[in-house]
Write a protein of this length. Structure first.
Length: 429
């Protein structure tokens, strides 16, 4: 099974790579995905490009980073764990006093052995991360006058690029389901690699099927990646995306949870609810106010894409979140498979839905279509005219046939008949 295969790939090969929102880690990750899925496409956008209110940051790469004590012993070493360095740290080589060093050392008291994950993408900063116990040990073993050497060999490329990846499975219709996951975290499993594992397995599953809608899988650096992608494709997305999901933290086996789109009333929300029900899974529903990933962009004003989120233990809600303890001890095949089944079924339900979309802005001009005489409408024609217009007003790509039938108070059979007629005369797609 592909889930198993990609689980091993993530655990043994992808996990140690130092990823960030740009740079060699992400490029290497994409190359590995492409080796598994040859039709995987990699896009690049120049650093400095303006995207809505943001600018694509310079490309960041890191060669080495460490802290030496007075005896030249490495007390913190990025090469031992890439979480030791604050991501996007600026280059540094200097001697520090103990108190200065401690100011730059971040820890996480809640799990005393865990190294926290900290980033500073948009504010120039440098720093290190270590476990609470390690910091305590440094405090205890050195005197106030001891000196430390810190070295960060990082590089910023102003003429660099930001990369994102995409896998498209064309379907019978242009209507599109968008599946989005992020690949910008260094060595962490639930928050990052679990989404990639599940997304890759879903690609393999749907590649073998004849799908009546198009499926687009996105692998992006969080936030800036979705902003870049939306900026580039907004018109297409608004015209074609009928639903989709952010896959994040979808690999542990402690719970099922989800977050619906901003108003909780889209076809994605509805399909996800149906999927949990069919699988008989109890799920915790988080309020959209608890958002924290790319749904923030997909559901923002003017973008308004119908995107919900599927989790096992949601980001920010489990103790190991954003620490070195978010590793392959907390995710497992059972957990991944649980998330995979929910996502797969929700997508299948979305695929099955008939979602009519009017082909015109404003009402179409019916008279020229000679659907009915323009003067002296008989009662039957009148009724039919109302039904057609009623159908059309709700054919905005946000409702499936069943919902339209409820909205216009017409039984499903009759609604289906109108659908077929409107399709025949090319008023809907
Ligand atoms: Zn995260």
């Amino acid at each position: 099974m592909y889930l198993n295969k990609y689980y091993n790939l993530a655990k043994n090969i992808l996990f140690p790579i130092c990823r960030s929102i740009t740079g060699n880690g992400i490029k290497k990750t994409f190359k590995i995905i492409k080796s598994q899925l040859p039709k995987f496409k990699i896009y690049q956008i120049k650093s400095g490009t303006k995207v809505f209110d943001w600018r694509v940051p310079p490309e960041w790469n890191i060669k080495d980073a460490y802290i030496l004590d007075k005896n030249n012993i490495k007390i913190i070493d990025f090469k031992k764990n890439n979480l030791h360095l604050v991501s996007y740290s600026v280059p540094v080589s200097k001697i520090l006093k103990k108190s200065e060093l401690l100011d730059r050392l971040h820890d996480y008291k809640k799990i005393p052995e865990a190294i926290p994950y900290i980033t500073s993408y948009y504010k120039k900063y440098w720093g290190f991360c270590c476990s609470y116990n390690k910091k305590k040990q440094i405090i205890d073993s050195y005197s106030k006058d001891d000196k430390f050497k810190v070295v960060i060999n990082s590089f910023f490329k102003k003429r660099g690029n930001l990369h994102y990846g995409e896998f498209l499975i064309p379907g019978k219709s242009k209507q599109e389901i968008l599946i989005s996951t992020y690949i910008c975290h260094p060595s962490m499993a639930n928050d990052d690699l679990s989404g990639l594992i599940v997304a890759m397995a879903l690609i393999k599953f749907f590649l073998k099927k004849k799908n009546n809608k198009t499926l687009r899988f996105l692998f992006i650096p969080e936030t800036i990646g979705s902003i870049v992608f939306i900026h580039k494709n907004l018109k297409h997305l608004k015209e074609n995306v009928i639903g989709g999901y952010v896959l994040s933290c979808i690999g542990d086996d402690r719970m099922h949870s989800c977050m619906f789109s901003k108003y909780g009333n889209t076809l994605s929300d509805q399909s996800l609810r149906e999927a949990y029900k069919k699988l008989n899974i109890q799920t915790k529903i988080f309020s959209f106010l608890k958002r924290g990933s790319d749904e923030r962009q997909y559901c923002s004003p003017g973008i308004d894409l119908p995107i919900a989120s599927i989790f096992r233990s949601k980001y920010g809600e489990y103790p190991e979140y954003h620490t070195s303890f978010d590793n392959f001890n907390i995710i497992n095949l059972k957990g991944l498979n649980g998330g995979y089944r929910v996502a797969k079924l929700a997508i299948k339900i979305l695929l099955k839905k008939i979602i009519p979309q009017s082909r015109f802005l404003c009402e179409p001009f019916m008279t020229k279509r000679k659907m009915y005489p323009s003067i002296s409408l008989s009662a039957n024609y009148k009724q039919m005219k109302f039904e057609l217009f009623d159908f059309l007003i709700y054919a905005d790509g946000r409702n499936d046939l069943l919902k339209i039938s409820n909205l216009i108070r017409l039984n499903y059979k009759k609604t289906l008949r109108i659908y077929k007629l409107l399709k025949k005369i090319k008023l809907i797609k």
